[in-house]
Design a binder for this molecule. Structure first.
Ligand SMILES: [Zn+2]
Length: 359
């Protein structure tokens, strides 16, 4: 049975690196001296994956051609299809997490190795191809169109819009993979876009939870794709989320901008619009010694006051946190952090959020 889990599983490390690092990433793959097939999208592949490499190349080339024609740009893209041994020689991204770096899309030769793959009841080839459309969307959006937000979920929504626009326009066969609602019983630990922003990119969000977010971001991307074609959406995304003005935006502002692109967007959010579900911690009176031997954990400090504050951690330089900004700190369970207001925050066993609202 073909299920929606295919799109729900569009995940990636989404490591968009600087140009120097990216050249490195491509150079590292090339240095493996693997077979290469030239084409609209060059593919570098492990010998064990020749048949899949040819198939994935053809699928990505078609999408690449369409993205370029729609946007009137020329964007070199290389695809790497790697087995585990070659993957581990080529990149530090954990196998088999698909990812995008400037000009380079990397997918595993066996999506079957993906955690939870058996539960997805998905076709490994279609899954890999669909994910590659998303990964290539990162390259077009980030490197060539200058669309970038400090709100992480926006950076994942955008490549999903690219993929959904292409699927809707040119791959009607893949419409069978369009999102459907997820039963409430399958709700993961984190369900708010605020959680996604605070925690994305760290190991604290379990794989299945990250996939759940991607499922919903695809659902939203599909909604956007029904409203406008790719060129119009991209023009508006460039205005709404220009990379050059990369400050973190309050969610109300992100949604106001998305409404101009796709009216009705906010009403589609559902659970995602809820407040952060990360465990909260309140300020407390500073007393006693700080624990320095606890297990590593995370503490997010969100400064909602109108003035800058500092956060002091034993043995480290104080961190200045401007009004309206937040920072994710690596701490230890039981560790005490002192705020410039004179109060303290104590880290707990799971990622914790402290929202500071009093001046
Ligand atoms: Zn991504």
């Amino acid at each position: 049975m073909i299920r929606v889990a295919v799109l729900s599983a569009i995940v990636c490390a989404c490591a968009i690196l600087s140009f120097g690092q990216a050249e490195n990433a491509l150079a590292r793959v090339r240095a493996l001296n693997l077979p290469i097939l030239d084409g609209g999208v060059t593919v570098i592949y492990s010998p064990s994956a020749k048949a899949r490499a040819q198939r994935y190349q053809a699928a990505l080339e078609a999408a690449h051609k369409w993205y370029e024609a729609q946007l009137g740009v020329s964007v070199p893209v290389t695809l790497a299809v790697l087995d585990k041994p070659d993957w581990e020689r080529a990149t530090s991204v954990p196998y088999p997490m698909p990812n995008a770096k400037t000009g380079l899309v990397t997918v595993p030769s066996r999506m079957e190795d993906f955690p939870g793959f058996a539960d997805m009841q998905a076709d490994a080839d279609i899954l890999a191809e669909t994910i590659s459309f998303h990964e290539m969307g990162h390259i077009f959006a980030d490197d060539y169109e200058g669309i970038r937000s400090r709100n992480s979920w926006v950076n994942e929504l955008v490549p999903n819009i690219f993929a959904q626009e292409y699927i809707c326009a040119r791959q009607p066969g893949l419409k069978a993979f369009m999102p459907r609602p997820v039963p409430d019983a399958l709700l993961p630990r984190y369900t708010s876009l605020a959680d996604f922003d605070y925690l994305t990119g760290v190991q604290s969000v379990p794989f299945s939870n990250y996939a759940w977010f991607q499922f919903h971001l695809n659902r939203l991307a599909f909604f956007v794709a029904q409203k406008r074609g790719l060129p119009q959406v991209v023009e508006q995304l460039k205005l709404a989320f220009p990379a050059a003005q990369g400050g973190y935006l309050p969610s109300e502002e992100v949604l106001r901008r998305m409404e101009t692109i796709a009216p009705g967007f906010t009403a589609e959010l559902g659970l995602l619009s809820g407040p952060a579900t990360i465990t909260r911690v309140d300020e407390s009176i500073c007393s006693g010694a700080t624990a320095s031997e606890g297990a590593p954990t995370l503490l997010v400090v969100d400064n909602r006051t109108s003035r800058e504050m500092t956060v002091s951690q034993d043995g480290k330089s104080p961190i200045r946190l401007a009004a309206g900004r937040w920072r994710r700190l690596n701490v230890r369970v039981g560790e005490k952090l002192k705020l410039s207001s004179g109060s303290c925050l104590v880290a707990s066993g799971e990622p914790t959020l402290a929202v500071i609202e009093k001046p």
